[in-house]
Design a protein around this ligand. Structure first.
Ligand SMILES: CC(=O)N[C@H]1[C@@H](OP(=O)(O)OP(=O)(O)OC[C@H]2O[C@@H](n3ccc(=O)[nH]c3=O)[C@H](O)[C@@H]2O)O[C@H](CO)[C@@H](O)[C@@H]1O[C@H](C)C(=O)N[C@@H](C)C(=O)N[C@H](CCC(=O)O)C(=O)O
Ligand SMILES: Nc1ncnc2c1ncn2[C@@H]1O[C@H](COP(=O)(O)OP(=O)(O)OP(=O)(O)O)[C@@H](O)[C@H]1O
Ligand SMILES: N[C@H](CCC[C@H](N)C(=O)O)C(=O)O
Ligand SMILES: [Mg+2]
Length: 485
């Protein structure tokens, strides 16, 4: 069915061309495309409008105050939102059940758990986020549809992917809502059935400027994107729970809280088990025992949020909680890699925030009878305030801390390491990540635990615009072998 500019922007227009595509990237424009000229963080999209028109753009959408071009030009107060809504209207179909999860840490884990739970319960389900788009279904092998990229993709990409998934029979979709993504309206076109919140701690101050602005961005998932009457699944153990609960209630949503004080799912107890942990959970007056094959208190929190989201969309509580017993952790999140030559266990994890690092070291301490060894760094062109906080945490919670490089991007790696080391008393500095991992593996003995943190699933080390192939899992395995002499 053809769609016109007026259909996509939901307004009467004097000139109403047929639209054949929607994009905010002039390089993707073809004949008949609606080009959204968005003011960006680096450049003004309007400067690419003449090129877009030359490439065939049928209309330009942009902010109030933008110049008028030689094709129908529509100016609106919130062009990013209009772009997202136009993209959704253009692509049309969405999986009937879409849920989103936000929070500083745990989004990828929760989205992946939701996908797995829905699939175990007989639905064709997908997750969209840091690890790309993955589809799972009953009796079908997991299918990776897109590679890892942005945590929350561009609005037109989200809309196109939702239509493709719906056409492929996917009925349940779990999306990661990053603060950048919510702030930039990348999810404004998604019709949500439920939304989840994991936690709120320091990250991304480079982009948001203050913790308040960062929190506002996350709150927007509830106060603007989640419809009235839908369910907000909130982590009762987060310090920010009250703020998120108040926002959800004010927005006419029901709150389903999970955690130690959860009203929807209450975590009564947690006991370590060799393969993970045993959870006792109360739900609607019933007590359930869950044999969870994942270690760490944070994973207990993540699985309860995922379970809450699935229950909020109408799944049976007992069946959802049973499905937790066969969950797999997301790649590179507390992923066990192997055993040291003289004993000990090595893990790769994606902790790249102070809270993430503290959480993963706390999670591993009970599994450590010898030394807890951590190899980590901090990303360049990202929140600089994280660096000393992560240094202090590693020095305090690990027995051996090795500070190395993690995607320096355009920054001087030595300067990043120095900012971490300033607060990491007793830590060792080894800039080369491979050498750092090898030095750590060489120290491993029986009872020790090594965690290589910060890069998880990532396949490259970004240095001065060049992505050098690098995989922490492969490097850690090689280091364990090299230490076996
Ligand atoms: C800071 C940030 O979030 N930037 C994102 C944003 O770019 P922007 O709008 O600021 O872009 P810009 O480069 O100033 O350009 C302005 C406009 O001109 C357009 N343009 C540009 C060049 C051209 O030739 N033609 C053209 O039309 C661009 O498409 C854009 O619409 O919108 C783009 C399209 O969606 C994103 O690709 C881009 O992500 C950059 C690459 C990025 O690194 N983002 C990271 C920080 C990010 O978004 N991370 C979050 C959080 C992860 C987490 O939770 O930890 C994520 O969701 O991944
Ligand atoms: N609930 C949690 N609380 C604290 N830390 C967590 C929690 N869940 C995960 N983490 C830590 O954060 C790391 C990243 O987890 P995950 O990828 O699920 O988070 P994310 O929010 O998707 O991250 P990103 O912002 O990069 O998308 C994990 O490897 C772990 O170290
Ligand atoms: N989504 C996060 C990932 C950080 C991963 C870490 N390896 C780094 O490069 O800082 C970000 O873009 O801030
Ligand atoms: Mg993620």
């Amino acid at each position: 069915m053809t769609k016109t500019l007026s259909d996509l922007l939901q307004r009467d227009l004097a000139e109403n061309p047929v639209i054949t595509g929607v994009t905010a990237d002039s390089r993707k424009v073809g004949p008949g495309t609606l080009f959204a000229a968005l003011p960006g963080t680096k450049v003004d999209g309007a400067s690419f409008a003449p090129g877009a028109i030359a490439a065939g753009a049928a209309a330009v959408l942009g902010p109030v105050g933008m110049e008028t071009f030689s094709v129908p030009t529509v100016k609106v107060e919130d062009p990013r939102r209009a772009y997202a809504l136009a993209s959704a209207a253009f692509w049309g179909r969405q999986p009937p059940v879409c849920i989103a999860v936000t929070g500083t840490n745990g989004k990828t884990s929760v989205a992946g758990f939701c996908r797995q739970i829905f699939a175990r319960l007989g639905h064709k389900a997908a997750s969209m986020g840091t690890l790309g788009v993955v589809v799972s279904g009953p009796g079908v092998a997991d299918q990776q549809l897109t590679p890892p990229g942005l945590t929350t993709p561009d609005a037109a990409d989200v809309a196109e992917m939702m239509a493709r998934l719906a056409a492929d029979g996917v009925t349940h979709l779990a999306v990661e809502a990053s603060s950048h993504g919510v702030d930039q309206r990348r999810l404004d076109g998604v019709t949500l059935s439920a939304a989840g919140f994991t936690n709120f701690t320091q990250d991304h101050l480079d982009y948001h400027g203050s913790m308040e602005a960062y929190r506002e961005a996350k709150l927007r998932l509830f106060d603007t994107l989640l419809p009235r009457g839908a369910t907000a699944v909130l982590n009762s153990d987060s310090e920010a729970f009250g703020v998120f609960a108040a926002s959800a209630v004010t927005s006419g949503q029901s709150v389903f809280s999970v955690g130690d004080d959860g009203q929807g799912l209450k975590l009564v107890s947690r006991a370590l088990a060799p393969h993970g942990q045993i959870l006792t959970v109360e739900a609607a007056g019933q007590t359930y025992t869950i044999d969870l094959p994942l270690a760490g208190g944070f994973q207990a929190s993540n699985v309860l949020i995922a379970a809450g989201l699935c229950i909020a969309t109408g799944e049976d509580t007992a069946a959802v909680l049973k499905a937790l017993e066969s969950l797999e952790g997301a790649a590179g999140r507390l992923q066990r890699v192997g055993r040291g030559a003289r004993g000990g266990e090595a893990y790769v994890d994606y902790a790249h925030t102070p809270d993430g690092l503290e959480t993963v070291l706390d999670a591993l301490r009970p599994h450590t009878t010898g030394k807890l060894i951590v190899v980590f760094g901090a990303g360049g062109d990202r929140d600089r305030g994280k660096r000393p906080l992560m240094g202090e945490i590693a020095a305090r919670l690990a027995d051996v801390a090795i500070v190395t490089d993690d995607n320096p991007r355009s920054e001087d790696p030595a300067t990043i390491r120095a900012a971490i080391l300033e607060a990491a008393l007793g830590a060792t500095e080894i800039g080369d990540r491979r050498a750092a991992i090898r030095a750590a593996a060489a120290q491993m003995a029986e009872g020790d635990v090594l965690v290589v943190a910060g890069k998880g699933h990532e396949q490259g080390q970004l240095v001065a615009g060049v992505n050098h192939p690098f995989d922490d899992v492969t490097e850690t395995l090689a280091a364990l072998e090299a230490a076996d002499v």
